[in-house]
Design a binder for this molecule. Structure first.
Ligand SMILES: [Zn+2]
Length: 102
């Protein structure tokens, strides 16, 4: 199954083509504090429960949501620096959209 970016309004999919275009995909941190910072930054609402969305085990964000300075390079691989929180192209889910989903 192809994974997609979890950010609101972003539909980037984790495909060979995306990776060839220089995008990278990053799993939510396992560290509780760091993870909750990402959840707050993504600011997604679960349409069913209307509560804050909690990422599942395979949830990812694409590199569009991070600044160039957030990355460290290891050869051809890019890794996020420790303590990095997504800060780019993040949208708040509008109430209207949540209503429309029901
Ligand atoms: Zn994205």
């Amino acid at each position: 199954m192809t994974r997609s970016c979890s950010a609101v309004g972003c539909s980037t999919r984790d495909t060979v083509l995306s990776r060839e275009r220089g995008l990278s995909f990053h799993q939510f941190p396992t560290d509780t504090i760091q993870r909750s910072k990402w959840i707050r930054a993504v600011n997604r609402v679960d349409p069913r429960s209307k509560k804050i969305w909690i990422p599942g085990p395979g949830a990812i964000l694409c590199s569009k949501h991070f600044q160039e300075s957030d990355f460290e390079s290891y050869g051809i691989r890019r890794k996020l620096k420790k303590g990095t929180v997504p800060s780019v192209s993040l949208y708040k889910m509008r109430t209207r959209e949540i209503v429309e989903l029901n």
